[in-house]
Design a protein around this ligand. Structure first.
Ligand SMILES: [Zn+2]
Length: 215
C-alpha cells in the first residue's frame, strides 16, 4: 500500500522520547507492523526532521539542501549513514529497555558515527561562557547525525542510569525515556497507543477498523 504525501505530512514526526537519539530511532514507525512507516525516505526528509527537532537552524537546513542538489551521491550516503545509525540506536536501546547490555555490533556502529562526529566537536564562546558546540560548516551533509550519535552515547553512559522503555502499543515499538518518579510512563503517547489500548479493553471492536502500526 502506498501512503500519500498528505498522509505523511498529516502525521509529522514527533519529538517526545526525551532524548533526540530515541526520537531518531522512532522515525521508523511501527517496526513490529508488517508495513512500517519510513519517515526518513530522502535527504530532504532527513534535513526536515533535523530542523524540526532543533538540530539544524532553518538557514543551515536550507544551505544543506542547496549543497545536496549538487552532491547527490553524498546526500544518498548521508541517508544510508542515518539508516545505519538509527538501526544501531534502536538495537542498543531495545536491549536496554529489557534490561540487557547492548550487543557489540550496535555499539561498534554507534562508535563509528561517534568518531565521525567528534572530529567536528568544538568549544564555543557564547554569552561570556565556553560551551560545547559543533563545527559550523555547510560542507558535511551528514552533520545532523553528529548530535544524534552524541545523544546515544550520553544516554548509554549516563552515570545516573536513564530508564529507557519500548512502547507496548500494538505495532508501535517507539522508544522513550521514562522520567516519571515512579517509573510509570508506559506509552509513547497516551493519546495514541494508550487510548487505543483502552479502547480495545472496552471493546468497541466490531465496527472499529483494526488499526495496525501507529502512524
Ligand atoms: Zn506507542
Amino acid at each position: 500500500m502506498e501512503r500519500s504525501d498528505t498522509v505523511r505530512s498529516a502525521h509529522p514526526p514527533k519529538y517526545l522520547a526525551g532524548a533526540i537519539c530515541l526520537d531518531f530511532a522512532n522515525t521508523l514507525s511501527g517496526r513490529m507492523d508488517p508495513a512500517p512507516i519510513e519517515r526518513i525516505d530522502s535527504y530532504a526528509a532527513l534535513v526536515a526532521w533535523a530542523a524540526q527537532g532543533g538540530l539544524l537552524t532553518e538557514p543551515r537546513a536550507a544551505d544543506l539542501l542547496g549543497e545536496a542538489r549538487g552532491r547527490l551521491k553524498e546526500a544518498q550516503t548521508a541517508v544510508a549513514r542515518a539508516a545505519a545509525l538509527r538501526a544501531a540506536i534502536h538495537q542498543a536501546f531495545a536491549a536496554r529497555a529489557v534490561g540487557r547490555v547492548p550487543d557489540p555490533d550496535p555499539i561498534t556502529d554507534i562508535n563509528a558515527a561517534l568518531a565521525a562526529a567528534m572530529r567536528h566537536r568544538r568549544l564555543e564562546v557564547e554569552d561570556g561562557r565556553v560551551a560545547w558546540g559543533w563545527e559550523k560548516t555547510p560542507d558535511a551533509l551528514d552533520q545532523m547525525l553528529w548530535p544524534v550519535a552524541q545523544s546515544a552515547a550520553d544516554v548509554l553512559t549516563a552515570s545516573d542510569p536513564v530508564r529507557v522503555k519500548e512502547c507496548p502499543g500494538i505495532g508501535c515499538g517507539w522508544l522513550f525515556v521514562d522520567r516519571s518518579k515512579n517509573g510509570s510512563r508506559r506509552w509513547c503517547e497516551m493519546e495514541v497507543c494508550g487510548n487505543r489500548a483502552k479502547a480495545r479493553r472496552f471493546k468497541t471492536r466490531q465496527n472499529a477498523p483494526n488499526r495496525g502500526a501507529r502512524e
